[in-house]
Design a protein around this ligand. Structure first.
Ligand code: CP3
Length: 350
């Protein structure tokens, strides 16, 4: 029997010839009434750190929109808290103890207590219990670079000048030494709950030059992914890099990445033609389309899906349908429904 879960797992192995499985980054979030209602009772941190409630939130979009895959409800920034940086959300993240000089690195612990992230393992278990065995489930972490940018800048919104300086003044290398093993352990802690894949979100991947990406960052990314895979050989990895393209993907080909998430600035048909042999591919509808009025959104979604439908079925064997970044708070629920529904109508399959 083909279930959402087998569809997802087969797609990650590039063995699926049916419709693409579908999920969205931030599918449980502020655009959704279900989430807003739970947020009236709990803060974001309380939701993340109370596994039953985190599972409730993760199930909201599964129940309302019938996605094929659920995603752990959590945040990429919790490892920074474990390293010793006070963290709060309002609703965007606020970090204290930013890494402005190499001296600031001394305040970060050398022996992070991985048990402090156990709530993620428990939330995955609770989510699986609610989900049943026929749907997919994803755990996730942030990339070492994206965590570095947050640790230095406190945000990733207003340029990254200080983070770029850190590549020459020792902060980047010093931070990588602190965060790399913690990330491997964080992925391992999630893998112990047996999700179907672990995603790594690299939202800052395109904020550094290709030269820095290749010479300074890539060795650390490689070490984290390889160390994780050495221990969890069979756990698929999805890597999403925002604002990067062919140059970086060529390097990423040499890493143990099963599925490459691409952003909405890229053309999915072109990427499929070039990379379908190298990775399963995930993405990449522009999230802003989901904020349009329902008629306009449906037309754009249909045009996007039809373009991909025209390709040889072999090229989309390993295609996981989703967005080119996270869904935004102003997205309309009706458009999310249309997205899931049209994908099944156009590509067939229940
Ligand atoms: O459903 C899912 O996909 C799981 C939810 C999820 C959250 N954060 C919940 C969240 C995921 C996958 C993340 C990852 C994350 N967090 C990333 C990587 C992906 C990306 O967006 O580029 C980043 C950079 C963060 C850091 C972070 N946390 C930011 C920038 C913000 C503010 C976001 C906003 O929409 O204002 C957060 C807070 C956050 N994380 C919220 C949610 C639902 C909003 C908190 C609230 O409701 O108060």
């Amino acid at each position: 029997m083909t279930t959402s879960r087998t569809l997802f797992l087969n797609t990650l192995k590039k063995a699926n010839t049916l419709r693409p499985p579908v999920w969205m980054m931030r599918q449980a979030g502020r655009y959704h009434a279900h989430y807003q209602n739970i947020r009236k009772k709990y803060s974001f941190e309380q939701i993340c750190k109370t596994p039953d409630v985190a599972a409730d939130v993760a199930m909201g979009p599964m129940d309302d929109f019938d996605f094929d895959v659920a995603i752990l409800f959590s945040d990429i920034l919790f490892p920074l808290e474990v390293l010793g940086m006070p963290l709060s959300f309002n609703p965007g993240p606020k970090l204290e103890g930013l890494i402005k000089t190499t001296d600031d690195l001394k305040r970060l612990t050398d022996s992070p207590a991985i048990g402090k992230l156990n709530f993620q393992n428990e939330a995955l278990h609770k989510t699986r219990a609610r989900l049943g065995v026929h749907k997919g489930l994803i755990g996730f972490v942030g990339s070492p670079l994206t965590l570095y940018v947050f640790a230095v800048e406190g945000t990733h919104k207003q340029g990254v000048e200080s983070a770029l300086q850190g590549f020459t003044d020792g902060r980047f290398d010093g931070f990588m030494d602190k965060v790399s093993d913690l990330l491997v352990a964080n992925m391992g802690l999630q893998a112990e709950a047996n999700p179907d894949a672990i995603a790594m979100f690299d939202s800052s991947a395109g904020d550094i030059s290709f030269d820095l990406f290749k010479t300074k960052y890539f060795p650390h990314l490689k070490r984290v992914l390889q160390n994780f895979k050495a221990r969890y050989r069979h756990m698929p990895i999805i890597y999403y890099g925002k604002n990067i393209g062919a140059k970086q993907w060529e390097l990423l080909k040499t890493l143990p990445i099963d599925c490459l998430g691409i952003d909405h600035h890229q053309s999915m048909p072109t990427t499929m033609k070039e990379y379908a042999g190298d990775f399963a591919l995930q993405g990449n509808l522009d999230p802003d389309i989901l904020t349009l009025d329902p008629q306009a959104a449906a037309e754009k979604i249909e045009a996007y899906l039809s373009d991909i439908k025209k390709l040889d079925a072999d090229l989309r064997r390993g295609w996981v349908l989703g967005l080119g970044h996270g869904i935004t708070p102003t997205a309309k629920e009706e458009n999310v429904k249309t997205f899931v529904k049209l994908s099944r109508e156009i590509f067939g399959g229940g």
